[in-house]
Design a protein around this ligand. Structure first.
Ligand code: NDP
Ligand code: PYC
Length: 421
């Protein structure tokens, strides 16, 4: 009886001292704490040892021996080398997809939502959009854990007019709502020639090219916009008001990969500034300003300060247009409104996305592709020009590997394992 109550108590006190010992082994500077602690612990464990020997507790005896062995190593200055953790690693598309899907599933997301987000994340990582690939997964998980986002949301698709598709994401992540919306938009635009898709009540954290590229791969041109939370100061201001407000445009080509571009209307995407800060890299001095409004090349200072719109007042006006289309037309949040309603969990903000799709066959008639192909050929002859979208060619072949940030990968795996226990 006495042993049954005393052993756990002694064991807890001892394990507390052992934690202190481990701390000391890592940071010798706290030897001041360690010495008195270890003396007290020694006396205590001597007592515990005698007591437990008397009770023939073999398991505790082994723990006791291990403890004193570690203590001796600490005293002679031996430090167990920490395993070397790689900074980058190679992995496959399917591994990225499964890692993301399992992380979301184990944090309360259902199968359909997890699969849709995993596809968006894996396609971004696979094609080199690092700031919107695995890097975003911890953010998705945070918003599941804070219950800001409903991981079981089922989007509802309606048709307010024959040429408009409206999707209520019902507080879910944007990718599933977009998957279903793009499917419906494709059917509509094939008969109307021009059609719009509005997604509302969604949480958006992704690259936009996924949906425009998907439409262009089926023969339709598409323009997509979204806003987020205040990160960018409008021209003439030093206070964040616009989101980084990306625009993506894709154009189909019958015998070639579609043209697709996707760009933040800030000098740099916020995610890329965050990645530069993680990796300790400088950024160009025109990307943003410090919180006191001075120019800087330190990404951390820009993260505490503001980003600037690309191209001075012209970029600022395009960003303003994105706010009006993505929020004004969908009726969902402007960037400044998204911040007011957000719980600050670090995950995506609530807002809308607006996509317009065009059917060139209906608009320009047969021959549109040859006409545009001649234009692209002329464009190529202008010098060292580049037709954006080349990077998406990788999606046609998902074999092989891509190099990813190993620390982010391990972090996501831990976020999965913790919740699987
Ligand atoms: P980049 O500056 O990396 O690229 C912008 C576009 O320019 C790409 O389509 C790229 O094509 C093209 N491009 C690059 N170099 C040339 C060139 N020399 N000639 C012609 N075209 C070129 O993108 P951002 O950093 O601005 O944005 C990154 C991502 O962040 C985007 O996918 C965006 O959707 C996402 N984002 C999402 C937000 C959100 O709220 N959800 C907010 C802000 C950004 P290619 O791809 O072929 O290299
Ligand atoms: O990279 O700027 C960005 C961004 C904002 C929201 C999602 N991505």
């Amino acid at each position: 009886m006495l042993a049954a109550t005393t052993i756990p108590i002694l064991y807890h006190i001892d394990s507390m001292f052992r934690r202190l010992l481990v701390l000391w082994l890592r940071w010798r500077a706290i030897g001041v704490v360690y010495l008195p602690a270890s003396m007290a612990n020694l006396l205590l464990t001597e007592f515990a040892s005698k007591f437990l020997v008397a009770h023939k507790n073999i398991i505790y005896k082994l723990k006791f021996i291990r403890y004193h062995f570690t203590l001796a190593l600490g005293v002679v200055g031996y430090r167990r080398p920490l395993p070397k953790l790689e900074k980058i690693m190679d992995t496959t598309y399917h591994d990225i997809w499964s890692l993301t899907k399992n992380a979301l599933l184990s944090n309360g997301c259902d199968d359909r939502n997890s699969s849709a987000v995993a596809t968006t994340v894996a396609s971004a990582e696979w094609t080199g959009s690092r700031s919107h690939g695995l890097f975003r997964v911890p953010g998705y998980i945070k918003s599941l854990r804070s219950r800001k986002v409903d991981g079981h949301a089922s989007p509802e698709v309606t048709h307010p007019t024959p040429a408009i598709v409206s999707v209520d994401a019902n507080n879910g992540f944007a990718p599933l709502a977009l998957e279903e919306g793009v499917e419906a938009l494709t059917k509509v635009v094939s008969s109307t020639g021009i059609a719009a898709l509005m997604v509302r009540n969604s949480y958006h954290f992704a690259a936009l090219w996924h949906e425009t590229f998907s439409l262009a791969s089926r023969g339709y041109a598409a323009l997509a916009v979204v806003c987020s939370t205040p990160l960018v100061a409008p021209f003439g201001s030093k206070k964040a008001f616009f989101g980084t407000n990306p625009i993506s445009f894709a154009f189909p080509r019958k015998t070639e990969q579609p043209l697709v571009f996707d760009m933040a209307t800030s000098t740099m995407a916020h995610g890329d500034v965050q990645i530069a800060a993680r990796e300790g890299r400088e950024i160009p001095s025109d990307v943003g300003l410090t919180s006191s409004g001075s120019s800087t090349t330190d990404p951390n200072e820009v993260l505490d300060g503001i980003l600037l719109p690309f191209g001075g007042y012209k970029g600022s006006l395009i960003s303003l247009m994105v706010e009006l289309i993505a929020a004004g037309f969908t009726g969902d949040n402007f960037s400044y409104e998204a911040e007011l309603g957000d719980n600050g969990d670090g995950g995506p903000a609530r807002g809308g996305e607006f996509i317009v799709a065009f059917a060139p066959e209906i608009l320009a008639g047969p021959g549109w592709d040859e006409h545009c192909a001649a234009f692209f050929a002329e464009y190529a002859r202008q010098g060292d020009t580049y037709l954006p979208g080349e990077s998406k060619r990788r999606l046609a072949d998902l074999r092989g590997t891509v190099t990813v940030d190993a620390e982010i990968y391990r972090n996501i795996r831990n976020l999965t394992q913790i919740n699987n226990k």
